[in-house]
Every structure is written in C-alpha cells, then in structure tokens.
Design a binder for this molecule. Structure first.
Ligand code: AKG
Length: 280
C-alpha cells in the first residue's frame, strides 16, 4: 500500500484547486488500498458497524438506498490505518500548502445500484463546527464512477461566492435546518446557465476528487442496474481553521477541549496525521 501519492500533484493541480475549489487527481491510491477499503466499507455497512451519524436515504417504493456512515476510524482499525497511513493526508497538505494536517473525520457514501436518492446540492462548511479556508475533503473512488452511477458534480468557483447555505443532509435531518439561512439552490435546474461552470469526472478506483469546504456539489441517482458506487470522503484540517461550534452543526463522538475561535490543537480529537518534516 502506498504512503505517498502514486502520482505527482502539479502546480497546475494546486492552482485548479484554488481557482475552481475542486480538482480531480488520477490514480493516487494503489490497488491494495482500493481493494482493502472497498472490502472494509462494504463490510462495515453489512455488519452494521459504527453508531455516529449512520444514515440512509431511500426513495419510497425502492429497495435500493443511499447509505452513509461517519467517523469510521473511531470504530474500525482498517479505517484508522487509512486515515493515518494512506496518501490522503499528504494530498490534502499539498493542496492547502500546509506543513502539517490534522484529521477531522471521514465518511463513507455507498449508492446501491438503482437508487434514485440524490445527493442534494450543498456545501460542507455550514455543517461543520469550524470556520476557515483550510479544510479539505478527499473523496476517494472505490468503484468506477460515471454520470450513470451518480458521479459528483461541482459548481466551479462557488467557494468564492461568499455564501453560507443552510445545511441539508441526504436524509433531510431537521437537526441541521435553520430558517434564517438561505437554502442552497437546486443547481441541476441551472445546467444551461452561461454564468455557471459545472465540473464532473468519470473516475476509476484509486482516483480522488479534492474539494474546498465551500464548493457547492451534488449528485443524481445511480441509474446503473448492476453497479453500486462507493467512496470514502476523508477530511483534514490545515492552518487557517478555527473551532466554531454553532448550534446546528455536526456533533462529534467526543467533544474537544477547545474555546470558540481558536485553532483546533486538541491532539486527541484532531490528531496530527501528517507533517512535512517527518514525511520527507
Ligand atoms: O458521495 C456523495 O454522494 C456525497 C459526497 C459529499 O457530499 C462529500 O464528500 O462532501
């Protein structure tokens, strides 16, 4: 299993991440990681493991579902190894220009073949008890991904819009709703808008998409009759990030010992998982 990214992250990749708020990086994780985390993800789901924000979205009348689980590394050594020893943390550090990164959390997203459940358009920071620029998500494809299998779609540059849309989860959990916040538009209705640039990629297992916490994204149904789509999205913290536990944000399995407004240097809850000095 590779510790360092299999391919170089170029200056152009970093510029794309900064300009568009998202970049797709090809073949960063070797087949051993993909096979292992594919087995770990489906095993975790089938054994009904983990109990922190386990969610399902299912359209009435369908058996197929959109399955989500979070903080798996708190409950499973395979995910712990992935969080600490896969190239994901170095990829995040490189894109954020950080000399060290802390773990925030990871999430698995499995869309069964034939599920109509969408991923509603949203961006991530309004869900999270943080503020700042340096929070990156590395969405690692564990299966082939295409439009047919519910590939992610992004609105390029939306991280610079100065918007903070009301959080919406796939299961529309009311715990996150806030009537004072602006709802995120349904951008699938605005595909012809000349002012918007939509980005999406066909992906192979081992490719990853890296996005900024305010880049708007969503996905449609998995219309494939045979192929489930599975990914792990792992999130890391860089330098410019402060703790901000607002009322309608995600709760953690263990609350950190932090004052509002400070850099999250709680080594237990947000451990340092990569440092340039020791990596080189
Ligand atoms: O995989 C999905 O459908 C959603 C992924 C997502 O929203 C994320 O990684 O932030």
């Amino acid at each position: 299993m590779n510790r360092k990214p299999l391919n170089k992250i170029s200056d152009e990749d970093i510029a794309t991440y900064n300009d568009k708020g998202v970049v797709c990086l090809r073949q960063m994780f070797d087949k051993d990681w993909v096979d292992r985390m594919h087995a770990a993800s489906f095993g975790y789901m089938d054994q009904d493991k983990g109990n922190h924000r386990k969610r399902e979205a299912r359209i009435p009348g369908e058996d197929a579902r959109f399955y989500i689980n979070t903080f798996m590394s708190h409950y499973d050594s395979e995910f712990l190894d992935f969080r600490n020893n896969s190239p994901a943390a170095e990829i995040g550090a490189t894109l954020m220009g950080a000399d060290r990164v802390r773990y925030w959390y990871e999430q698995m997203f499995i869309k069964d073949a034939g599920t109509s459940a969408p991923t509603q358009w949203h961006h991530d920071l309004p869900f999270w008890p943080f503020l700042g620029e340096d929070l990156v998500s590395i969405w690692v494809a564990l299966t082939p991904v295409s439009d047919e299998t519910s590939g992610l779609q992004y609105v390029a540059g939306s991280h610079k819009w100065d918007k903070f849309y009301c959080p919406v989860t796939p299961d529309e959990d009311p715990a996150f709703s806030d009537p004072d916040m602006e709802a995120c538009p349904d951008f699938s209705e605005r595909k012809g808008d000349q002012d918007l640039e939509f980005l999406s990629w066909d992906m192979e297992p081992g490719d990853c998409i890296c996005h900024h916490p305010l880049t708007v994204h969503g996905a449609g149904a998995n219309t494939s009759p045979t192929t489930a789509r599975a990914a792990i999205s792992i999130r890391y913290l860089g330098n410019d990030v402060t703790w901000d536990p607002r009322p309608n944000v995600m709760k953690l399995p263990e609350a950190p010992d932090l004052e509002q407004g400070v850099y999250p240097n709680d080594d237990k809850v947000f451990p340092i998982v990569w440092e340039r000095a020791s990596a080189s």
